[in-house]
Design a protein around this ligand. Sequence first.
Ligand code: NA7
Length: 655
Amino acid sequence: MRPLNLGAEPESARTELLEATDEQIDDAVTYADPMALRGLLYQLTGDESIAATKVGSVRGYVGGNLSVGLTDPADVALLRAKAAQFLKSYRDSGAGPIDPGPLERLPRSLALAGGMEQLPEDDVELWIEEFGLDPWARGLSWEQPPAPERVEGFSVIVVGAGMGGLNAAAQLKHAGISFTVIEKNAGVGGTWFENRYPGARVDSPSRAYMHILGAELDPPSPWCTRAENQRYFNWVADRYGIREHVVFDTEVVTMTWHEETATWEVVAKGPDGERVLRANAVISAVGLLSRPNLPQIEGLGDFAGLAFHTARWPDGLDLSDKRVAVIGTGCSGVQLVPELAKLAAHTTVFQRTPQWLFEHDGYLSPFPAQATWLDHNFPFHPNFMRFRTNWLLGPYLSGPTREIDPDFEDPYARSAVNKQIRDERIEFIKKKLASRPELIDKMIPPHPPFSTRPVQVDSGYNMYDAILRDDVTLITERIERVTLTGVRTVDGADHHVDAIVYATGFRANECLWPMEVLGRGGRSVHDLWSKDGPRAYIGVMVPGFPNLFLIYGPNMNPYGGLGVVNHEEMATRFLLDCISELILTGKSSVDVTEQAYWRYNDQLDEREKFKIYKDPRANSYYRNEHGRSVTNCPFPGNEMWHRLRRPDFGDLIVT
Ligand code: NA7
């Protein structure tokens, strides 16, 4: 394991803690996650009575995942008392920078926070990375210093300055490799720059939606708003000095590999027309959900009012005297409708398929002040919370809920746990819609939970509450067409509105679209993928397209284990190792063999057969028109970590 580069502790004393009263501390610890305290206190003190607290299965934490927690309230009380005691004596000793405790103890402390006796031996390094002490853990560590002229002669183009592109740029900069980022928008942030609709917020827990590079920050909310996410990405760009490397308002149109010079020629369109750039390597950090999908509905152009996609929400739009139609009820529609209902004169929701909603207390609120206080004043609390959140989303707890059990027989669910989750969801619907029972069946999805993206909502106010409002109408009749004045449904009803919002998702299955990408022999990547959709070798490389690396490529959307940011970081470290091989050896290209590409994809096809998203009743971007997933990763996060940990040069051709 590489040595840790410890960077998380502040340099001066924690003044807020110095001023805290005993009562404030006692109050704050009641807001702590007892499992995080279990790991944190053990790490800082080595107190074995902490390790002796008892754990067992408890109700799921995120989206119905299985979970492990403390089972005895006396143990919870013990941990809180010990946490308060620790903070008081730390305060009384001056609250200065503190050592994280022996690093040899960390695997056990993490296991305690996770609720395991021990971390699986092979995964220890993965979890220490997730803990976030070393901001560069998923970067390039040169095994030997490269000759300066070799590094200087190598350049990289990164396409996109969203979550993946910002990390790649920071890592390239840290490694001393020259790069330019091309970004189609006027600012960084990708998805969060573009999606400005009311109610937009992240649907993965924010503690697991920040890079390791950002582990020194604590998120303001458990599920950050669009503005909070955007602030975070701006912080990354500034903290790591990336902005000066970005060409904004410029969109890549074509990328062409030139064999004779072993370089990529990139044509990009900006405010001053087209420009041509050349680089030894290209990193595509384009997003999965970045190209709006406008629905195939007749008459789309006939509408005389305002019409736009959720990702194109006009700035400063006032809808207070407007009747607004929302078409689409995926994550975006379900986030939008409850907020829009408060802003518009009337909201009409066109729902073709309902989705499974998973409720959270406080989904719409910032963290309580006490939780934030703990982040700032309890050393390594953000790290343990970050670890704990990733753990709960990770492969051991979420993976099993996404698997089809071939022996399980049920008309609606695909495994015992899937049925339990479905039953719980239906209970939630019935509870919420008790006053309008005729709506209940309309809100029960035809497909099993997890066969499409689970939608996270607030327990108190969400889509179900919105459709109960007098100023919201739910329409489940199919749409026949859009008309001059609104939307006509197949029952002949005309729904007159002033504005139409298309919450109709993204072209997630068209990787690298609409760019033209030409590899060896002038072959288009879209031609290579024409048989059954985009594929890649471990999500990152495509044969015949040397020195082209994808960060959020085919089948890299986590499905049952860890999150997007983790996958992107792993892919980035992998590609940096490929680039360093070229720089160190003075060779000019790295490509993947056809054989390795297909071997990986055969394994992938085999593995996805037992994923719930293969259920034929489900219809979403989780599967393409060929019935396979281009987006989802059927391998658990820890398996992807091993696959991407370092390149297997037996699968690659370096020339
Ligand atoms: P999604 O999840 O792809 O949802 C798109 C929605 O649009 C969904 O309800 C679709 O209904 C609906 N849709 C699409 N085309 C039509 C037509 N022609 N007529 C009626 N309804 C239509 O996109 P989101 O933006 O909500 O979420 C994307 C991701 O963002 C999400 O996974 C989170 O990770 C965040 P359907 O279900 O196909 O019947």
